[in-house]
Design a protein around this ligand. Structure first.
Ligand code: NAG
Ligand code: NAG
Ligand code: NAG
Ligand code: NAG
Ligand code: NAG
Ligand code: NAG
Ligand code: NAG
Length: 414
């Protein structure tokens, strides 16, 4: 019995060694396969293996170092669901969507980001928006776009006029709308305004929250790498030329259009605080309308600045308003030579007081619109004098919509 047992033991030991060898061989195989998978993943076929890779790795306990690969199943912002857009049946679409492989790293997501919703904080958003490609050529046919950024206190009464203005030019523009949080814009799904509300926060007029909202709009618009010019508008703004004219005016301009002037009164220099020294000196200080138009480079500069902005947040308090001084001063200090120092948005301050004139239905005539379009005020465009100074105008009451729609084709060319 004992011998037999010993023999059994020996046999068992041999079996054990055999198993060990088998395990060794298997682990070699495992490592080899992992190598192949990594090799494939690193190859140009990365997208094909994308979804299955994290699952395969998580089921194998020996790949602790590889488990750090994040879960890409929920992609937001620039990541795009590649399911077919032309699929009509709702149920079929949903089922198909589930089966589709989501390529979260496709360049398409950068080029045609479809979602403006995201869960990034302002800090995360501004950091991401500040990224600049170093390589000069784009790996796609980049058609520069104009980003129309609406800073709205609620509904957009001029929406039908804007829709008419945009029609047929969708390829050359993007729309972004910042509204009070919780406000839901109800527009039809074929409108350029559909699903274009950016994650918004409360805005108090005259406070730094207003400049925060401007920066938030800029940063959201920067996420689309095709946006080249960025124009800030309000719900009371209207276009006064057709899209072709506006687009070519902005895209071909060597200058940005930010109102920036020195006002030696208490409404200008009087709002400067010596506490901003030594970084901002009185001779740097500028004033200007908040309704700016900037190119991509300057937009990135504005959202990337925190040094000067924090000084404004601390020391520019009523009767100092950051929205009237921050961007005009920043541009004067660092980008003065590429600023036209004028706004492309017409406004009438002639009535005096803190608010400009508002135009309603009774005021809208062909003569009035022509006076905005061809104002005698001489201005420079790419160093040449021109009478075309304004592309947009404010302020217009909701009642002005009907006569403006009526005159848009005969007077404004759209
Ligand atoms: C993905 O989204 C679902 C539903 O919104 C959520 O339950 C899940 O936790 C998310 N996963 C990750 C990794 O964020
Ligand atoms: C949105 O607008 C449509 C058409 O104008 C209307 O039928 C619908 O009730 C509106 N929805 C909301 C939530 O207001
Ligand atoms: C836009 O207006 C200009 C004149 O301001 C005109 O020459 C041009 O044909 C118009 N473009 C379109 C597409 O209507
Ligand atoms: C705008 O003002 C800056 C000073 O901030 C100046 O250098 C620049 O030449 C001005 N631009 C034009 C087009 O006059
Ligand atoms: C607009 O028209 C009304 C009525 O004719 C007039 O009282 C008002 O002064 C006009 N407003 C402006 C800004 O011209
Ligand atoms: C130009 O615009 C100003 C207001 O900005 C206005 O007072 C003036 O009458 C306009 N000029 C012409 C020729 O229409
Ligand atoms: C539209 O314009 C024409 C001519 O300018 C005018 O006769 C008509 O009353 C206007 N209609 C509206 C709704 O303003």
């Amino acid at each position: 019995m004992a011998r037999v047992r010993a023999g059994e033991k020996e046999e068992g030991l041999e079996k054990h060694i055999g198993l060990l060898k088998l395990a060794q061989t298997l682990s070699f195989l495992l490592i080899f396969m992992a190598g192949i998978i990594i090799g494939l993943a690193a190859s140009s076929h990365i997208d094909r293996y994308f979804n299955s890779l994290p699952q395969m790795l998580s089921s194998s306990s020996s790949s602790a170092s590889l488990q750090t690969i994040p879960d890409y199943s929920n992609c937001t912002v620039i990541h795009r669901d590649c399911s077919n857009d032309d699929d009509d049946g709702g149920g079929v679409k949903a089922a198909k969507k589930k089966d589709e492989i989501r390529d979260c790293w496709s360049v398409d997501g950068f080029v045609r980001p479809e979602e403006v919703r995201h869960r990034m904080s302002d800090d995360e958003l501004f950091w991401r928006a500040s990224m600049v490609p170093v390589k000069e050529e784009y790996p796609y046919d980049r058609v520069p776009k104009v980003a129309f950024m609406f800073l709205a206190r609620g509904p957009l009464p001029m929406l039908p006029l804007w829709e008419k203005f945009f029609r047929g030019n969708e390829k050359y523009l993007s729309v972004y709308v910042h509204t009070p949080p919780g406000y839901d814009m109800n527009v039809s799904s074929d409108s350029p305004f559909y699903d274009r509300q950016v994650p918004s926060q409360k805005v108090a007029w005259g406070s730094p929250l207003l400049t925060d909202a401007e920066k938030r709009l800029l940063a959201n618009a920067l996420l689309d790498f095709s946006n080249e010019r960025f124009v800030l508008l309000s719900e009371s703004c209207v276009p006064v030329y057709n899209f072709t004219t506006v687009y070519s005016y902005l895209i071909n301009s060597a200058y940005s259009f930010v109102d920036s002037y020195d006002e030696p009164t208490r409404y200008g220099r009087g709002r400067y605080s010596r506490k901003m020294l030594p970084d901002i000196k009185l001779h740097n200080w500028r004033k200007g309308s908040q309704w700016f138009e900037v190119n991509r480079k300057i937009a990135i500069y504005i959202i990337s600045d925190s040094k000067y902005y924090s000084l404004f947040k601390q020391y520019c308090r009523p009767a100092c308003y950051p929205d009237e001084h921050y961007i005009p001063t920043l541009l004067n200090m660092f980008h003065g030579s590429v600023n036209a120092n004028r706004s492309v948005t017409w406004v009438d301050w002639s009535i005096g007081g803190p608010h400009p004139a508002t135009y309603g239905a009774d005021n809208i005539t062909e003569g009035f619109l022509q006076s905005i379009r061809k104002n005698e005020t001489d201005c420079l465009y790419n160093e040449e004098p021109t009478s075309l100074c304004f592309l947009f105008a404010r302020k217009f009451a909701p009642s002005a919509l009907a006569p403006l729609m009526n005159l848009s084709s005969t007077v404004m060319g759209f």
